[in-house]
Design a protein around this ligand. Sequence first.
Ligand SMILES: Nc1nc2c(ncn2[C@@H]2O[C@H](COP(=O)(O)OP(=O)(O)OP(=O)(O)O)[C@@H](O)[C@H]2O)c(=O)[nH]1
Ligand SMILES: [Mg+2]
Length: 583
Amino acid sequence: MASDVLNINVGVLGHIDSGKTALAKALSTTASTAAFDKNPQSKERGITIDLGFSSFQVDFPECLRDETTANTRSLQFTLVDCPGHASLIKTIIGGAQIIDMMMLVVDVTKGMQTQTAECLVIGEITCDKMIVVLNKIDLLPAERKLSMIDKMTKKMQKTLEKTKFAEASVIPVAAKPGGPEAGEIAPVGIQDLIENLIKQAYVPYRKSAGPLLFSVDHCFSIKGQGTVMTGTVIQGSVSVNDTIEMPSLKMTKKVKSMQMFKKPVDTAIQGGRVGICVTQFDPKMLERGVVSSPGSITVTYAAVASVKKIPYFKSTCRTKAKFHISLLHDTVMAKVTFFGLAANIIKENCDNQTSDLKEKDAEDISYFDFSKEYKYQDELFPEGSRNCEEKLVQNENGFVPIQQFVLLEFERPVLVPHGALFIGSKLDSDIHANICRLAFYGYVQELFTDIKYTENGLPNLKIYKQKMKEGVVERIVNDQEVIGKSLFKKETNIQTFIGLNINLSTGESGKIDGSFGQSGKIKIYIPDGLKESTKSLLSTTKKKGKGKEELAMSAHTNVDQHVKLQLTFKRYIYDTKKRMIQL
Ligand SMILES: Nc1nc2c(ncn2[C@@H]2O[C@H](COP(=O)(O)OP(=O)(O)OP(=O)(O)O)[C@@H](O)[C@H]2O)c(=O)[nH]1
Ligand SMILES: [Mg+2]
């Protein structure tokens, strides 16, 4: 690998027309002519209309020097220029997977706009470092320029206060002073911005383990050589002579040669921007997409993923609703089913463990586990604390999910690698309405690759619904038996409920023994016998009403005298046998 250059990918995001492309241009040009740049312009630009790539290099800053960068001479910033229009989300997620840092471009005359906010959300999900660039400062009146910049800086800082970018720098620039009609006027503030980028730069954590995942953003042929796919290694590594797969085409090819920063290399690892050359491959077949180790990505029909609600999304995310799910370079509709791990399960774990183990438990719960039970949720709850002892949110049934998951059932099969980030959104919302369309995000954990997953996969998910049935004791048969009514309808198959535990409001617990008569009544066996107080209560009730009607009357007039029955059980929503489960 070209160890003399360290590459950092910087996303350039912001509202439409804020000047992202102008900024990427200004940065590449300024840096390449600046004194500190030994390597003249190194600029590669994608032909695709959406994501644009350009880059510039600076001397490697000594403050980043460590054992892994002992021989590194240059720091390369690859700028990923994203579109700002409404289709941004689909396009950007492919780009966002490779971003180490982000520049949020804001038109200083407009401030925060709808897509500025959406970009901020994407930034929070995909990277840890951000710089806010206030562009178009040439449009501010000269006499009030400084105070207006100051005001907007404070406004942005206030907006960022509640995000993980609370400490972000805000840099004023004019990427293209005078706008499109103006001639070649030198940009303003770019040098400051480059210095800030260098200050914020870090050596990203890269590892070569795991199957290859290569995100292709540009594919073209070179006469006499073959077809080159340029892109970024998202996971694993790739070497010359490796066999790689284009899973969308079900095709494999051998890597003939590779280039990084215009120099031939033998290997590239995670984070590296590389051009991979293969032969006998029509570039039109894969303008943008994913390349992987053979067999490592399969077509998926449904997936289980961890999920968090995006706080800026103001509507409710309901189970069974359809959302746009963006994964890598693809966006597909999916039906969602939310479920969560209840806090009390973890609470038990937490109480008896040392604090080290508590943390471990808290970590483990973020992974979906087929052997664990999860509670069905009608909707996705907003996030609260991540601490396992604190409540995330409590719904009306007292249920506290401390980790939420989603089952995504895709409308068409998609290519999804394990661990992939996804973003769920409502892209059909009115793009002119000033709302955040991004609803939730998470990481894919389990894949259902069988087309018959509803029969062969879903029944393995232990997602339960809590059920409760209530009735009353109609009369006493003997010390250990009562007759219950109003729990079931006439047509209910009571056979399936035999043996289930049932509680009396007077404190006794019984078991359903069988049906009684034809109207849905049941016989209840009380193993420990009825209490004396219950017996007298039941005999008074009985004496009071001689006929059925009168008994019903007394139920209305003096409900407290009745002994109530409560039957609670769980049912797994995907259990084909619809079994009832009690603890
Ligand atoms: N006056 C002035 N105009 C600018 C500046 N930067 C960009 N512009 C103009 O603003 C318009 C939009 O600039 P772009 O760079 O295309 O904006 P963008 O954010 O890439 O736009 P999209 O990619 O469509 O979202 C163009 O007409 C630019 O010439 C600036 O610093 N000052
Ligand atoms: Mg642009």
